[in-house]
Design a protein around this ligand. Structure first.
Ligand code: CMC
Length: 427
């Protein structure tokens, strides 16, 4: 895959020949690994033009607005697959047969409960703690409970940890919500499917078990599929970097959750609703658009823009359709926040500032509106992103560990002091 070469000429030196690697689809990459022999490094803060690894899991064409998992378009997965089948696909590379799917679902169900003692962990948190703060702590703490699957060099252990994480995330996420509400935590129900079980643990109580709406469960499942993976984003790269040191999978996923929390990444779904609240009314949109364009104002239009997509985010298109289905099911015909969001989208999409910079609505723009309609509190939005993304994180972690890899250790362009001595007299 390296039949092309690139030449790097550094003034006054012989040209350095660098292999050019070609993937299945997507741009070629220049392999700069041999550059250190010349005593030089590349400089690329924010990884604007750096491929940090080789991967076979997910492909994004940001110019065309294409997202493929193991080659399958996200739109087809959202329509024709379900979350657990997508999990199997991401983890194993192929769609499961009927028997493989049944076995996979059964294994996941086998692991839905958490160690009973894990509950005591929650009591250490304030009831008003942000659920993402609790998630970072509790998911990291899983490594203190499941010692029998921590040998990262054992493929069997890696598999069991992956299953445990996918199975337990809905339980932990719902426990986080119940803790904040002061309600009893609900045990998982293995007679329900993945999304139904999550909604059951979120909204039912021991004294009132209501049936879960199939339309809302289907929408929840779609939201999980749409968030399942997104190649080398900030949180996935964090998981890979943490994993490259040999850290255990629960610690790595906790690191991923922390990276996801930021408003530039997974925290944007919560931030979109906060922004819509702040804008308040259609009459204020122009003022906020002006703020978003002002370089001296830190305000950004949350839910707009993406590092890779310079076209529509295909997940946002599916999300918008799902949004209509959910609002229809719930009989919400004139939601003021949705109206505000639609108007904002319309104005932003025709504004030269946003057009010139290819700033389109991303997945987070609509997900918050659907989640809110389902009854999920805003503070849980990013938790749901983390729940769904866990399979992507763990697929990347497993992919890295199953091949040759090195500890991730970037270098730097140092611009601090040269060596200097402490002053002799410091009185
Ligand atoms: N509102 C206003 N201006 C924006 C926005 C925005 N949402 N996003 C980018 N820009 C401007 C930015 O100021 C810059 O302008 P200029 O060229 O004049 O300096 C230009 O567009 C390029 O943006 P950038 O910040 O260099 O792009 P990036 O790739 O570093 O950042 C981003 C990508 C997603 C962090 C950014 O677009 C953003 O902060 N968006 C809002 C937060 C958000 O919705 N995040 C969710 C991302 S999708 C879910 C996920 O994968 O986590």
């Amino acid at each position: 895959m390296a039949d092309k070469k690139a030449q790097l000429i550094i003034e006054g030196n012989a040209p350095v020949e660098l292999p050019v690697l070609t993937g299945t689809v997507g741009p070629d990459v220049i392999d700069v690994r041999s550059l250190t022999a010349t005593g030089r490094f590349t400089f690329d803060p924010g990884f604007m033009s750096t491929a940090s690894c080789e991967s076979k899991i997910t492909y994004i064409d940001g110019d065309q607005g294409i997202l493929l998992h193991r080659g399958y378009p996200i739109e087809q997965l959202a329509e024709q697959s379900d979350y657990l089948e997508t999990c199997y696909l991401l983890l194993n590379g192929e769609l499961p047969s009927k028997e493989e799917k049944a076995q996979f679902v059964s294994t996941i169900k086998n692991h839905t409960m958490v160690h009973e003692q894990l509950k005591t962990f929650f009591n250490g948190f304030r009831r008003d703690a942000h659920p993402m703060a609790i998630m970072c702590g509790v998911v990291g703490a899983l490594s203190a409970f499941y010692h029998d699957s921590l040998d990262i060099n054992n493929p069997q252990h890696r598999e069991v940890s992956a299953m445990r994480l996918v199975a337990k995330m809905p339980t932990i996420a719902a426990m986080t919500y119940k803790y904040s509400m002061g309600q009893p935590m609900m045990y998982p129900r293995n007679d329900l499917n993945y999304a139904e079980n999550f909604l059951h643990m979120m909204f039912n109580t021991p004294c009132e078990i209501k049936p879960i709406s199939p339309v809302l469960a289907k929408a929840m499942d779609k939201i999980f599929i749409l968030h399942a993976d997104h190649e080398q984003n900030a949180s996935t790269s964090t998981v890979r970097l943490a994993g490259s040191s040999g850290a255990n999978p629960f610690a790595c996923i906790a690191a991923g959750i922390a990276a996801l929390w930021g408003p530039a990444h997974g925290g944007a779904n919560e931030a979109v609703l906060a922004m819509l609240d702040e804008i308040g009314d259609v009459s204020n949109i122009d003022k906020f658009i002006a703020k978003a364009k002002d370089k001296n104002d830190p305000f950004k239009l949350m839910g707009f823009g993406h590092r890779v997509y310079k076209n529509r985010d295909p997940r946002a298109t599916v999300m918008k359709q799902t949004c209509d289905e959910v609002l229809g099911e719930l009989g919400i015909t004139n939601d003021p926040q949705l109206e505000l969001a639609m108007r904002l989208e319309e104005i932003a999409l025709t504004d030269p500032y946003f057009k010139e910079r290819n700033l389109y609505p991303n997945v987070d723009f609509y997900s918050g509106i659907i989640l809110k309609a389902i009854g999920i509190p805003t503070s849980m939005f990013t938790v749901i992103f983390a729940l769904a993304r866990t399979v992507g994180w763990i697929s990347h972690w497993k992919e890295m560990l199953s091949g040759p890899y090195k500890i991730g250790r970037p270098r730097q362009l140092y611009t601090g002091y040269e060596q200097r001595d402490l002053p002799a007299n410091r009185d």
